[in-house]
Write a protein that binds this ligand. Structure first.
Ligand SMILES: CCCCCCCC(=O)SCCNC(=O)CCNC(=O)[C@H](O)C(C)(C)COP(=O)(O)OP(=O)(O)OC[C@H]1O[C@@H](n2cnc3c(N)ncnc32)[C@H](O)[C@@H]1OP(=O)(O)O
Length: 250
């Protein structure tokens, strides 16, 4: 079974999680990552522009035709299915299709330098949630925040070597979150066999606590004893300095 991408080897199946290993040299991998990251950012900017544009309808029609032409160009060579998990040379996961942090996913909101980092206690994301993520007028959609919490729990669990799948997720929304900068911190509280109990907070750009979340992650039975527990590491446009995780945002 192959994933349709000649730059990776055959897929490995571990329970439900399918992953592949890159065959590309590190320098070539980095070159490609930068190119795809630039394309993703350009598409994200397009999405924001199309949401907010007020150009006349004739121009809207012309732009729609141009965008369809560009889409057809990209599809002249494309994977047959979703990105999945690809392992890099260091064994780290390249989850480039991930809905929150995927380098090649224009919907992802935790992409880019300083967006996501990990330490020996958990994970933090500092995100710019703009007009594309609106729920209540001028505020972040509650479901988008739940999505971000879910990913942060996975990141925090991986950072401390206690991966698991989300079995339960509870969010307490304490105050509306203005669109703009939000900071989410997640950490492990208790390990009980295959069960990991997690906690997380969300602060707005002014440092106000806006939401808290709890989750139960369970290491699936089929993943016990597997080597598919990958290290976390900075994205391609790596952090430009040491940033330590502090659960209390100041
Ligand atoms: C591994 C990293 C992959 C990346 C993860 C990315 C993060 C995500 O978004 S995950 C996506 C959303 N979540 C899912 O799809 C999970 C779907 N559910 C499942 O796959 C399974 O139900 C799973 C893995 C949670 C548990 O299955 P399984 O390994 O068979 O566990 P099982 O033996 O039934 O239960 C183990 C323990 O967990 C408890 N448990 C399991 N599910 C739940 C639950 N929903 N609520 C409360 N407790 C639960 C059981 O009661 C049991 O407890 P105890 O040991 O005290 O008896």
């Amino acid at each position: 079974m192959t994933n349709g991408d000649p730059s990776t080897d055959d897929d490995r199946q571990t329970g439900l999680v399918t992953y592949s290993r890159t065959l590309l040299a590190p320098a070539e991998l980095a070159r490609r990552d930068r190119a795809y990251a630039a394309l993703t950012e350009a598409v994200r900017e397009l999405c924001d522009a199309q949401l907010r544009t007020e150009v006349d309808l004739e121009e809207v029609g012309a732009v729609a035709a141009e965008v369809r032409a560009v889409t057809a160009r990209l599809l002249t060579s494309a994977r047959e299915r979703s990105f999945g998990i690809e392992l890099g040379h260091d064994g780290g996961a390249r989850e480039h299709g991930n809905a929150v942090l995927g380098l090649r996913n224009p919907f992802a909101c935790a992409v880019g330098a300083r967006a996501m980092f990990w330490d020996d206690r958990g994970a933090r994301a500092t995100l710019e949630l703009g007009a594309l993520y609106e729920g209540p007028p001028g505020c972040v959609h509650g479901g988008v925040l739940a999505l971000v919490f879910d990913q942060l729990f996975t990141e925090a669990a991986a950072a401390v070597g206690q991966v698991g799948m989300t079995a339960e997720l509870t969010v307490a929304y304490r105050r509306p979150i203005p669109l703009g900068t939000v900071t989410v911190d997640a950490w492990l509280e208790v390990v009980d066999g295959r069960k990991r109990r997690m906690h997380a907070t969300c602060h707005d750009g002014d440092g106000n606590l806006t939401a808290e979340a709890e989750a139960l992650l369970v290491l699936p039975r089929w993943l016990e004893g597997s080597d598919a527990i990958w290290p976390k590491r900075p994205p391609v446009d790596a952090l430009d300095g040491d940033v330590s995780l502090d659960p209390s945002v100041t």
